[in-house]
Design a protein. Structure first.
Length: 138
């Protein structure tokens, strides 16, 4: 069995964003040479997320509105974590959207269902953060 590791780095110019990283993960899979196995993709920061869903702008707007209802950014004083910080909502949004995804690798390709894509969700941006790709298999 082989193992492959790669980091992706992001420095998004906005506090919140959803970025389709599927092409970057597919490129890492090709680089790995692994044809059968599993691909783990996870956010390495507690205020960012990796998740699988549809790449549709209306859905992304719905995520933003839904997450803001569940964990509103302001007022900052509503969160105990924000004594000295302002990103408690980002931690909560990450918990809702998830830390990681695992995708089967079959025939050298990510084994997705219809419309599935991998996304990086940023909830406290404007600083450099990373995503880990770990692929194992043969």
């Amino acid at each position: 069995m082989k193992s492959f590791r790669k980091e992706l780095w992001f420095d998004l110019p906005t506090r919140r964003a959803f970025l389709n990283i599927t092409p970057k993960v597919e490129a890492a899979l090709i680089e790995s040479g692994i044809r059968e196995g599993f691909c783990l993709v996870n956010a390495m920061h507690i205020s960012a997320s990796v998740f699988i869903n549809d790449d549709e702008s209306g859905l992304h707007a719905d995520f933003e509105a839904w997450l803001e209802k569940l964990a509103p950014e302001k007022p900052h004083g509503q969160y105990a974590h924000n004594r000295g910080e302002d990103n408690a909502d980002a931690h909560l949004k990450r918990t809702i959207m998830g830390r990681e995804v695992v995708v089967a690798v079959t025939g050298g390709k990510l084994d997705f269902g219809p419309w599935e894509q991998i996304f990086y969700g940023e909830f406290d941006g404007m600083r450099r953060k990373r995503v880990l790709i770990k692929i194992i298999g043969e």
